[in-house]
Ligand binder design. Structure first.
Ligand SMILES: Cc1cc2nc3c(=O)[nH]c(=O)nc-3n(C[C@H](O)[C@H](O)[C@H](O)COP(=O)(O)OP(=O)(O)OC[C@H]3O[C@@H](n4cnc5c(N)ncnc54)[C@H](O)[C@@H]3O)c2cc1C
Ligand SMILES: *[C@@H]1O[C@H](CO)[C@@H](O)[C@H](O)[C@H]1NC(C)=O
Ligand SMILES: *[C@@H]1O[C@H](CO)[C@@H](O)[C@H](O)[C@H]1NC(C)=O
Ligand SMILES: *[C@@H]1O[C@H](CO)[C@@H](O)[C@H](O)[C@H]1NC(C)=O
Ligand SMILES: *[C@@H]1O[C@H](CO)[C@@H](O)[C@H](O)[C@H]1NC(C)=O
Ligand SMILES: *[C@@H]1O[C@H](CO)[C@@H](O)[C@H](O)[C@H]1NC(C)=O
Ligand SMILES: *[C@@H]1O[C@H](CO)[C@@H](O)[C@H](O)[C@H]1NC(C)=O
Ligand SMILES: *[C@@H]1O[C@H](CO)[C@@H](O)[C@H](O)[C@H]1NC(C)=O
Ligand SMILES: *[C@@H]1O[C@H](CO)[C@@H](O)[C@H](O)[C@H]1NC(C)=O
Ligand SMILES: *[C@@H]1O[C@H](CO)[C@@H](O)[C@H](O)[C@H]1NC(C)=O
Ligand SMILES: *[C@@H]1O[C@H](CO)[C@@H](O)[C@H](O)[C@H]1NC(C)=O
Length: 597
């Protein structure tokens, strides 16, 4: 019910009485007094603003660059998610030419709306694994980031809801693991006839593809039913979950259509600059406004914009900043470094069936029928995300020996994490070659889930309205390329299971020609893209070289933290919205404890 009532408040364009949503920096906002100012209303910022404002004594302002159009049909209908890339909901970033992609630049979507990237993503809900978080604990020297210590925060994020077809979901997840949090999740309704074949494969090839009852238990290896941030056939974002339940609080103001251009010091404490000042504007040449938080500024602008704001504020590598005429206030060379992401590749086969989702992508009549059905009662093929009800994580067999060939240690966090992700999909998938006008397809998306290459986010100019230069170093070395090769080989092994005989016809397009190692490398480099999981660009760590302390404070400053996916020292072996929510849950706890002192 909280979800519904909050949704309604936002949808009607709330006034101060109902929920304090402002369409711009009005006089009321500029005269406001706030203890904490949160910059960015995505996964991290939405959860932070919500959890902090649970305490009525903490006055919170959330500033979001994008709009408050959270009920937009393209965002709400799970199956229309692809309409959001390069739209009014996207920052429209592109990467620098990626050496690992034969010099191609790729689209790099990021949500530009309340809810941030949770409002434009593919909704798959992953927590990460025991080993992912235990590695965070090791590199930060803070046991508080271990799976065991984080458990109360991990279990505070989501709760399971019934799928739209209300089928019996016994055996599709472990209900005791999903009880408490504001983010509603669900498994798919039973629409895809390939589900049965995927599940049969787990019985026929159990060594490589064992069935996993619940990949959110701490061990993600194996094939499992996807859990999606979808409630009753509607997308769930940080805005429709965390924020919706907070919008009626008198101590939370939210201002949209407003970009933070920098943070600035308001004094010094123990010789350190106190970064409680925030500067913002609505347009590149419009007026700049400022506000000062009494306690903290939290940057939650995401892995690309948070390091950008820090550099514009004089926090970063001094040589880099001075080459753009920016005066260094805190010399922190780690800001913008360590950017990494999951490489993505769609591998498609032609199939002996007409019952696939391909027509939704190329037949306007079929697409209109599906939308009409969704509008009638939120069922049908558009009520689920991305054409797959199960997915899986695979470990490369004999990993230690495999990685020794490249002179590196196993890059996965440990045995509970995969090296490769597989997403079996009931339609054609390619980000480079458009869907053919005819034919029906099955695809397996392969992703490098434990990458070793590292890139960076750097300044293009000193104009805050200019995009930064973004280099996620996708397939940036031979190790990551080899992991993707193993992913494609495992995908080929998957469809060799008897379950697929009479269904799979042949590998489609350049995939079918990728029979030698060289041809496979060329196919991978020419066709890979991103799972849209950039992280790590302002990482926490115990070493002085890490830009954040283990409690997420920007090193060398007072009053400034980062709470978003940029803080991850290593990318989790799964999709990143869940880990960002989990990070924010603990961050809110850390901030509230500090504010009490
Ligand atoms: C297309 C796509 C598909 C994805 N699919 C999945 C998936 O299926 N499952 C999954 O788990 N993850 C997925 N992700 C990733 C996931 O959504 C992100 O990892 C997560 O949202 C990161 O949270 P964040 O808080 O770091 O950043 P975001 O959620 O991106 O939030 C950052 C917010 O800050 C705002 N902002 C930025 N700069 C400023 C500024 N200067 N002033 C004010 N506000 C600012 C932005 O507009 C945005 O609202 C996907 C992402 C994309 C883009
Ligand atoms: C949804 O996306 C489609 C395709 O880009 C666009 O034509 C349509 O206007 C969008 N709908 C809304 C409500 O924004
Ligand atoms: C992204 O591109 C779309 C389509 O051109 C545009 O409507 C939108 O305003 C752009 N986003 C930003 C943040 O400029
Ligand atoms: C769902 O299926 C399980 C296992 O088949 C069964 O034990 C249970 O009774 C079923 N639940 C309902 C509500 O039918
Ligand atoms: C497009 O979809 C409609 C409705 O499902 C169907 O009747 C029609 O045959 C399809 N057209 C083609 C070319 O497949
Ligand atoms: C949804 O609407 C369609 C079309 O009216 C109908 O066939 C179907 O039974 C409905 N499903 C549910 C769960 O109400
Ligand atoms: C893994 O190593 C073991 C012994 O070290 C060997 O028997 C086995 O064949 C190897 N498996 C693969 C898939 O290489
Ligand atoms: C960012 O990475 C690129 C590619 O590795 C490198 O050439 C460049 O020097 C880096 N920039 C900074 C400021 O670190
Ligand atoms: C296609 O499937 C039908 C059954 O649906 C089967 O009779 C036929 O042999 C299959 N064709 C191929 C090429 O596998
Ligand atoms: C596959 O290889 C053949 C023979 O070299 C070539 O004719 C064909 O164009 C290639 N197909 C693709 C999709 O690259
Ligand atoms: C891969 O892309 C390059 C251009 O970057 C092109 O020259 C080459 O033919 C492509 N390879 C294949 C197998 O299509």
């Amino acid at each position: 019910m909280l979800y519904r009532s909050g949704f309604l408040v936002l949808a009607l364009g709330a006034t101060r009485v109902l929920g304090a949503l402002f369409q711009g920096p009005t006089e009321e906002v500029l005269k406001g007094s706030y203890d904490v100012i949160v910059v960015g209303g995505g996964a991290g910022g939405g959860a932070m603003a919500s959890r902090l404002s649970e305490d009525p004594d903490i006055r919170v302002l959330l500033i979001e660059a994008g709009s408050s159009d959270i009920t937009n049909l393209n965002s709400t209908v799970p199956g229309l998610a692809n309409n959001l890339v390069m739209s009014a909901f996207d920052w429209n970033f592109t990467t620098t030419p990626q050496a690992g992609y034969n010099g191609r630049s790729i689209d790099y979507p990021r949500g530009f709306v309340l809810g941030g990237s949770t409002a434009i993503n593919q909704m798959l809900f992953c927590r990460g694994t025991v080993d992912d978080y235990d590695r965070w604990a090791r590199v930060t020297g803070d046991e508080g980031w271990s799976w065991k210590s984080l458990a109360p925060f991990i279990f505070a994020v989501d709760h399971m809801t019934p799928p739209v077809d209300h089928h019996n979901t016994t055996g599709e997840f472990n209900p005791v693991l999903h009880k408490n949090g504001p983010v509603s999740i669900s498994v798919d309704s039973l629409i895809l006839d390939t589900n049965t074949r995927v599940l049969e494969t787990t019985q026929q090839l159990p060594d490589l593809f064992p069935f996993n009852l619940d990949y959110n238990s701490g061990t993600s290896v194996g094939v499992a039913w996807k859990q999606n941030a979808i409630l009753n056939g509607h997308r769930v974002t940080s805005a429709t979950s965390y924020l919706a339940q907070a919008m009626n609080r008198k101590n939370l103001d939210v201002v949209v259509n407003t970009r933070v251009t920098k943070v600035f010091p308001v004094g010094t404490e123990d010789g350190k600059p106190v970064f409680r000042g925030v500067e913002f504007a609505q347009t590149a040449d419009g007026p700049r406004h400022t506000l000062k938080a009494t306690q903290e500024v939290i940057l939650s602008a995401g892995s690309l914009k948070t390091p950008h704001i820090l550099m514009l504020s004089g926090i970063g590598d001094s040589a880099h900043l001075s080459s753009f005429g920016i005066k260094t206030i805190v010399d922190l060379p780690g800001v913008g470094q360590n950017l990494h992401d999951h490489a993505f590749l769609g591998n498609s086969w032609t199939v002996n069936s007409t019952n696939t989702l391909d027509d939704l992508q190329r037949n306007a009549t079929a697409a209109a029928e599906a939308l009409a059905l969704w509008k009638a009662n939120a069922t049908g093929p558009l009520s689920v995300a991305a054409g797959s009800s199960q997915f899986g994580f695979v470990r490369i067999p004999n990993a230690t020996a495999f990685f020794q060939q490249f002179g590196v240690e196993d890059p996965s966090a440990g045995p509970s994490s995969g090296h490769i992700e597989h997403i079996p999909t009931n339609s054609y998938v390619s980000t480079t070659v458009p869907i053919p006008a005819e034919g029906h397809f099955f695809a397996i998306i392969t992703a490098v889930i434990s990458p070793t290459a590292r890139g960076n986010v750097t300044l293009r100019s000193s104009d805050p309205f200019d995009a930064p230069l973004i280099n996620p170093a996708l397939l940036g070395n031979d190790v990551d390329l080899a992991i993707m090769r193993e992913g494609v080989k495992a995908a080929r092994a998957f469809v060799k299971a008897p379950a697929w005989s009479g269904y799979i016809i042949s590998e489609f397009g350049e995939f079918g020609n990728a029979t030698t190692e060289d041809a496979l490398n060329e196919y991978i480099r020419n066709n890979s893209a991103t799972v849209d999981h950039p992280v790590g660009s302002v990482a926490m760590g115990k070493d002085e070289s890490a830009p954040l302390t283990p409690d997420l404070k920007v090193r060398g400053t007072v009053g400034l933290r980062v709470v978003d996916a940029s803080a991850f020292p290593f990318i989790p072996s799964g999709h990143t919205q869940g880990p960002t929510y989990i990070l924010a849950e603990r961050a809110a706890h850390l901030v509230r404890a500090d504010l009490k002192k």
